[in-house]
Design a protein around this ligand. Structure first.
Ligand SMILES: [Zn+2]
Length: 235
């Protein structure tokens, strides 16, 4: 467990003992940010406010100051809010009418981004000499045997980047709204634009060999709260 996690644990503990299931009006949550079907907000004034009956809105039914589970709701926003928790800032979760558990699932990367299972270079963020060619590699390369084939979004989300950069070539980055982002690089053709919403399984690009690449493949990365994940753990 690293320092950040320790800090989060301590702050979470403080949070759990300080605030329990108090209802506020939606008006207190003007700063709420919708994240993958669940909204989070910091409401510094909420502690002093009187609990009131929840206001019914079209997208959510009530606003509850509640505990949370970092595993269940992995989010960079939560980490940021954790860092602010000092007794004055609290976390608010807005429960939507939708089934939160089901909604969350589709925003979590799963499966292969291409119809190929040929991993040419494994995930190797520490440049472990025993893995693949021993070079540092923050994603997984999936060879498509020289074929230009579709690349699918592995989870629903919003395209935040669809452009060319010299090393990754044509790339797509999708923010899944819960701390997860996925990246698909060396594409031949990009089929989406920044700002576009995508569903899991949507075609977002085709495989290629643009940028620093020696053959047609998909370089696939998953990040969770800014930390590279081994794509093998999600397929
Ligand atoms: Zn790669």
């Amino acid at each position: 467990m690293n320092h950040t996690q320790n800090t989060n644990q301590e702050q979470k503990k403080h949070f759990l003992t300080s605030h329990k299931s108090i209802r506020f009006t939606a008006a207190l949550c003007a700063a709420a940010v919708l994240v993958g079907g669940v909204a989070y907000a910091a409401t510094p004034d909420a502690i002093a406010a009187e609990p009131t009956t929840a206001v019914s809105e079209s997208t959510f039914t009530d606003v509850v100051v509640t505990t949370y589970d970092e595993t269940e709701f992995p989010s960079s926003d939560l980490i940021r809010l954790d860092a602010s928790v000092d007794g004055a800032i609290i976390l608010t979760v807005i429960h939507q009418k939708v089934d939160a558990a089901a909604a969350d699932q589709k925003f979590i990367p799963s499966g292969w981004p291409v119809e190929s299972r040929i991993v040419s270079t494994e995930f190797n963020p520490t440049a472990d000499p025993s893995i693949s060619d021993g070079r540092k590699h923050e994603g997984m390369d999936i060879s498509t045997r020289s074929q230009i084939i579709p690349i699918y979004a592995t989870a629903a989300g919003t395209v935040v980047t669809a452009n060319f950069r010299s090393d990754y070539g044509n790339q797509v980055i999708i923010d899944h709204g819960n701390g997860f982002t996925t990246l698909y690089a060396h594409c031949n053709e990009l089929m989406v634009s920044a700002g576009e919403k995508v569903e899991k399984g949507d075609v977002i690009a085709t495989t290629g060999s643009t940028g620093w690449s020696s053959g047609i493949h998909c370089h696939y990365e998953i990040m969770l709260n800014g930390v590279y994940q081994n794509p093998r753990d999600y397929i």
